[in-house]
Design a protein around this ligand. Structure first.
Ligand SMILES: *Cc1c(COP(=O)(O)O)cnc(C)c1O
Length: 398
């Protein structure tokens, strides 16, 4: 036995974990905000960011990087088949990294008219304050998209599957138009996930996922992902750290765990979504059912070519009776929570008019095909029979 230590000196000691002769199967969580260096030479090497086999040789300060963030980014990089990947504190953080690393004052971006609302906030309103201009076009109209480029255009931003009408972007054609004008194609793949589509394979230069949604899949984390190439990555690490957009270790640890079952969740939810869409199509009191896996969807042929067998887990439909019908449906659908997010393990529903698209005028919404009776389902991993039964509860009170 050694002499007891003075209690005043115990708090920072011991600084070393017990030696392990066996490795933990589950990934350790490294909450430390800062790391100890052996010497000034090591500090130099760590802070220059030496990388071996895709991993940093050491960590200094966790805003610049930590093992749980790198592990998650590496999993996502492999899922997308990209050269580089970074995890951000939210999907919006990852989109901000893209904007701030690829554009500067005087530049111009072309945006799909069906983007996520906050993406317009970032790329129109906030980018505008920095002197970066934008044009909003219907990117399913390839001629209109090509006509929107000018000599300062840096990015074309589209969503693989749009919200809430689930229009599909023709990535090959958009990449071809963008590259002809020396513009990078930037794809928000949140509604697809890499199980349905890997945009890099279709010519995208940058890919975004809100890891908050299908990727993590358990509604307990807000995180984002940006994937890109060596060529467009030079400013990414600095932008992320200097603007304070990087993610914390615990969220990364949770998301790495969530992603372990992504393939099972996405396949099951996708199979269920087709059953649900076909069921809704057979029901009275519904004006329209939107699902890229249905032959009636305007982008079905494109979806078949680009996605193969899976068409995602989102299904949108419009009840004939307007907002009053939507209110009755939501109250009758007791097993399906009304949550304005998506991609959970269980089925949820949203009402675009009162949530994601409430900032628009009724005319703007009508142009996109969104009405008071429009309901967006995020189909989950329960049995298809359970989900159909739950939806029947909402339809029976119409
Ligand atoms: C949710 C979402 C985002 C933003 O992601 P957060 O993680 O909420 O910041 C961006 N794009 C799409 C399509 C989304 O659904």
């Amino acid at each position: 036995m050694s002499d007891p230590i003075n209690p005043h000196d115990i708090c920072p000691r011991p600084q070393r974990l017990p030696p392990l002769s066996t490795a933990p199967l589950s990934n350790p969580l490294y909450l430390s905000s800062v790391y100890r260096c052996e010497s000034p030479d090591q500090a130099d090497a760590v802070l220059t960011g030496q990388v071996i086999d895709g991993f940093h040789t050491g960590y200094g300060y966790s805003r610049d990087g930590h093992p749980n963030g790198d592990l998650l980014a590496e999993k996502c990089r492999q899922l997308h088949g990209s050269q580089r990947a970074i995890v951000a504190a939210s999907g919006m953080g990852a989109l901000a990294i893209a904007l701030l690393s690829q554009c500067q004052t005087g530049d111009h971006v072309v945006l799909s008219n069906r983007l996520y609302g906050r993406s317009f906030g970032l790329f129109v309103q906030e980018a505008g304050r920095l002197g970066i201009r934008s044009s909003v076009v219907d990117t399913n109209d390839l001629a209109a998209t090509a006509a929107a480029f000018n000599a300062r255009t840096k990015l074309l931003l589209v969503e693989t599957i749009s919200n809430p009408l689930l229009r599909v972007a023709d990535l090959t054609a958009l990449a071809e138009i963008a590259h002809r004008h020396d513009v990078q194609l930037f794809v928000d793949n949140t509604f697809a996930s890499p199980v349905v589509c890997r945009p890099i394979e279709w010519g995208a230069d940058l890919v975004h996922e809100s890891l908050t949604k299908i990727m993590n899949g358990h509604s307990d984390v807000v995180l984002g992902l940006l994937c890109g190439s060596e060529q467009n990555w030079s400013r990414v690490a600095d932008v992320a750290s200097i603007w304070g957009l990087t993610a914390g270790p615990f969220d990364c640890w949770l998301a790495a765990r969530g992603i372990s079952t992504l393939h099972l969740r996405a396949q099951r939810a996708g199979d269920n979504a087709l059953v649900v869409a076909e069921f809704l199509q057979s029901q009275p009191g519904i004006d329209a059912v939107h699902y890229p896996g249905l032959t009636t969807h305007p982008d079905h042929a494109l979806a078949r070519r680009q996605f193969g067998r899976h068409f995602g887990s989102m299904v949108t439909f419009t009840l004939s009776g307007g907002r009053a019908a939507a209110v009755r449906f939501i109250q009758g659908c007791v097993e399906i929570p009304f949550c304005p997010s998506l991609g959970e393990a269980g089925t949820t529903l949203s009402h675009p008019e009162s949530t994601s698209h409430r900032g628009m005028t009724a005319d703007q919404r009508a142009d996109l095909g969104i009405f008071g009776g429009t309901i967006r389902l995020s189909v989950g991993t329960e049995s298809a029979e359970f989900i159909v039964q739950a939806l029947s509860g909402g339809l029976s009170v119409q």
